[in-house]
Design a protein around this ligand. Structure first.
Ligand code: NDP
Length: 256
C-alpha cells in the first residue's frame, strides 16, 4: 500500500459537493470518500445521483444525494437545511457548472442567463445558505470551482469566462469577510480537463489541436489530477491559505 493511500484527513467530516454526480465533482467526492468523509451530493439528474451514490457507497462510506438545481434558490435553501439536519457541514465544494461555446454576437439573453445563473448565482445561493450555518459555528471551509477561463479570455466563451471571473472575486470577498472567524475560502482554476462536459463541447480532433497549440504539458488534464487540489484546500495542510486561486492548467497560463 502506498503512503498516499494511508492518508485519512477527513474522517467523520461532512462534505457537501455540488455537481457531484459526474465529472470532476464525482472524482472529488470519491477522493473525500477514500479519506472517510461523510458525503452529500447536489446534482440535477436523479439517475446520475443514484449511480454516483452506488459508486461511493461501495467503499463503505455514508452518502446522501439531493436532486437540486443550484440556480433555484428555494430548492437550495430547502436542500441545505436537510443536509445540515443529517450532520453539520464541515466542507463545501461549490463545483456545479455548465459551459457552452457561442460567439459573442450570437449569445442570446436566455443562454447568457443560464450560464451566469448556474456558475455564479447558483454558487452564491449555495455558499450563502451553507455559510450562514458555518458562520454560527465559527467553523468551516469552502472551495469554489473557478476556471483558467476566469483568469484569461477564450474565444467563444464570453458568458462562461465572465461567470468564472465572477467566481474568483466572489471567492476573494468571501475569504475577506470570513477570515476573522477562521472560515477559509479558496478556489481551484483548472485548465482543459477531460470530462463529460468538455467532451460534449469539443470533438476529439479539436481537443488534440487545442492541446498541441496551447498546453505546454501537451495533454488534457484528468479528473484524478484536479480533485487532490480540492482536498488540499479543504484540509489543514492549507490552514494559512485563504482568498487564493490554485491553477492546474498544464502550463497554459505560463505564457507562449
Ligand atoms: P460535468 O458536466 O461533467 O459535471 C458537472 C455536473 O454538475 C453535472 O453532473 C451537471 O449535471 C451538474 N450541474 C450542472 N448544472 C447544475 C445545476 N444547475 N445544479 C446542480 N448541478 C448541476 O462538468 P465538469 O466536471 O467538466 O465541470 C465541473 C466544474 O468544473 C464546472 O464548474 C466547470 O465549469 C469546471 N471546469 C471544468 C473544466 C473542464 O475542462 N472540464 C475546466 C475548468 C473548470 P447535468 O448533467 O445536468 O449537466
Amino acid at each position: 500500500m502506498s503512503e498516499e493511500s494511508h492518508r485519512v484527513r477527513f474522517a467523520g467530516k461532512h462534505v457537501l459537493i455540488t455537481g457531484g454526480a459526474r465529472g470532476i465533482g464525482l472524482e472529488i467526492a470519491s477522493q473525500f470518500a477514500r479519506e472517510k468523509a461523510i458525503i452529500s451530493l447536489f446534482d440535477t439528474h436523479r439517475q446520475n445521483l443514484a449511480a454516483a451514490a452506488e459508486k461511493i457507497a461501495a467503499t463503505g462510506i455514508k452518502v446522501y444525494t439531493y436532486q437540486v438545481d443550484v440556480s433555484n434558490r428555494q430548492q437550495v435553501l430547502e436542500a441545505v437545511e436537510r443536509v445540515e439536519a443529517t450532520a453539520p457541514i464541515d466542507v463545501l465544494i461549490n463545483n456545479a457548472g455548465i459551459g457552452r461555446e457561442t460567439p459573442f454576437l450570437e449569445i442570446t439573453e436566455k443562454e447568457w442567463k443560464e450560464i451566469l445563473d448556474v456558475n455564479l448565482t447558483g454558487m452564491f445561493y449555495v455558499a450563502q445558505a451553507v455559510c450562514r450555518y458555518m458562520y454560527s459555528r465559527k467553523k468551516g471551509v469552502v472551495v469554489n470551482m473557478g476556471s483558467k477561463n476566469g483568469l484569461d479570455g477564450e474565444y467563444g466563451y464570453a458568458h462562461y469566462n465572465a461567470s468564472k471571473g465572477g467566481v474568483i472575486m466572489l471567492t476573494k470577498t468571501m475569504a475577506l469577510e470570513f477570515a476573522h472567524i477562521g472560515i477559509r475560502v479558496n478556489a481551484v482554476c483548472p485548465g482543459y480537463i477531460q470530462t463529460p462536459m468538455s467532451m460534449e463541447i469539443d470533438p476529439p480532433e479539436f481537443t488534440q489541436q487545442f492541446v498541441d497549440k496551447y498546453i505546454p504539458l501537451n495533454r488534457a488534464g484528468s479528473v484524478e489530477e484536479v480533485a487532490p487540489a480540492f482536498l488540499f484546500l479543504a484540509s489543514e495542510e492549507s490552514s494559512f491559505m485563504t482568498g487564493q486561486i490554485l491553477i492546474l492548467d498544464g502550463g497554459q497560463l505560463a505564457g507562449q
